[in-house]
Ligand binder design. Structure first.
Ligand code: HEM
Ligand code: HEM
Length: 179
């Protein structure tokens, strides 16, 4: 958590001017994959209940349910790679016009997004492997906080760009950085 809230790259290295290409690609990939999870979530619930109650379900729910598992696992992998990239390379500096409270809010939101996007798929996998209702409930419970964090994050990203005129959005949409 500390590494996530930390704004500066390790003191021995200069901070990168932009996000790595890998980080940018994974950021937008995760956005798309979360949208897929929004669509397939109810089929996953149907598949989960039917599997542990020994019932059969329609092919449609079966396909979407397994999509949920595959896409959720991909999110876990993508977030783990981003975390390693973030800790190893640091993040680009915030815009000079951004006040301290806005930087802090952005860092806290980013850190919580990492926590939720790592915990959610991990709990989902645990529920699927063990059949644990508690893990399934905790997994589902994190959905609303995730949506709130995404809302806050998107509002913040737009404010950074339109209000504080920082280059954050340009950096997050540029593939010109290092790999
Ligand atoms: C970040 C990735 C994920 C997101 C955003 C997500 C989202 C959701 C949501 C919103 C639900 C609730 C469905 C409803 O109540 O209608 C759900 C259910 C479920 N998800 Fe995920 N999921 C993710 C990853 C995974 C993974 C990797 C697995 C592994 C198998 C998984 C397994 C489950 C299970 C078993 C349920 C049913 C829980 C129940 O019936 O109580 N999820 N998921
Ligand atoms: C599902 C939706 C989204 C999620 C889960 C998400 C997640 C994240 C995370 C975790 C970071 C921090 C990166 C890091 O510190 O390693 C980040 C950065 C960023 N995101 Fe998103 N994001 C989403 C949607 C968006 C959207 C729609 C936009 C554009 C409006 C956006 C713009 C940005 C920008 C500009 C940054 C860099 C912020 C900075 O340098 O201070 N994101 N995002």
């Amino acid at each position: 958590m500390n590494a996530l809230l930390q704004d500066h790259a390790p003191a021995t290295r200069t901070r990168p001017r932009g996000w790595s290409r890998l980080h940018v690609v994974l950021h937008w990939l995760v956005v798309v994959l979360i949208a897929v999870q929004y669509v397939d979530r109810e089929s996953m619930e149907t598949l989960f209940d039917a599997t542990f109650e020994g019932r059969s379900i329609q092919t449609f729910d079966m396909v979407l349910g397994w999509t949920h598992i595959a896409v959720g696992s991909a999110i876990l992998g993508a977030m783990a790679i981003r975390l390693v990239d973030r800790i190893a390379c640091g993040r680009p500096p915030h815009g000079a016009a951004e006040p301290g409270w806005a930087r802090w809010l952005a860092s806290a939101t980013h850190a919580l997004l990492y926590v939720v996007l790592l915990a959610m798929p991990a709990l989902g996998l645990l529920a699927w492997i063990t059949g644990s209702e508690t893990s399934a409930d905790l997994h589902t419970l994190l959905w609303t906080p995730l949506l709130v964090l995404i809302g806050l994050h998107v509002a913040g990203a737009l404010a950074q760009s339109l209000w504080f005129r920082s280059g954050a959005l340009a950096q997050m949409t540029s593939l010109r950085g290092r790999f």
